[in-house]
Design a protein around this ligand. Sequence first.
Ligand code: ADP
Length: 247
Amino acid sequence: SKSGDFLLAVEGLTVSFDGFKAVDDLSFYLDPKEIRVIIGPNGAGKTTVLDLICGKTKATSGSIKFDGKELTKLKEHQIVHSGVGRKFQTPSVFEDLTVFENLEVSYPKGHSVMGALGFKRDAEVISAVEEVAETIFLTEALNEPAASLSHGQKQWLEIGMLLIQKPDLLMLDEPVAGMSVTERKKTAELLRVITRDHTVLVIEHDMQFVGDIADRVTVMHQGKVLSEGSIEHVKSDPKVIEVYLGH
Ligand code: ADP
């Protein structure tokens, strides 16, 4: 095993659904603070990999070592607690709450809910909310209800709701789906800021965006790693070209 130096080491990961291996003996390794993008045709197993890491789906075999801990033995909430945050494709923010309140209720302390209920706000919570709001370009919208935000701003808010929990690993499923060109550029900027303190694992189809953000790319096909490396490397890999042209 070479899991020692990595933030995340996935080794021999396999999951079968009724005998069909959606993820098949998969291994990959994330360095601390890297942005890795998983690409691959529909059905390649990308979403299932994120489901396995966050404990939503249980592995049939293999291991997922995160910061030295074996995640395959943990429950979903324990995985969140150990520092893994997951954002799904569809933004799920509290529409009736303001941006401030959405961030506040996500702050990992029981008393943060008190503010949203009208009690005195904790200075620590306020400063955490303001810092995250700045990072996700929503300082001006702090007192607006989430319902009034654009689709892209809701995606950023949801990223902020994860960031305020200070996860070491942030997993994002198609973060720029439905975004305008300007919003995509700002999201790339946002991810670069985020990786000063966090490791990021992204599933993405938009190759322009992948080129903008990825340190390394892992190409999946039929549950396995087809190719891995820089965007230039995987784009010129004959195995990758064949799979993409074949679709
Ligand atoms: P991708 O995200 O790359 O499009 P998925 O991880 O969603 O691929 O799916 C990989 C394969 O596993 C697909 O063939 C899908 O139908 C199958 N699959 C995913 N989840 C389940 C499940 N819970 N039960 C049965 N089959 C599943």
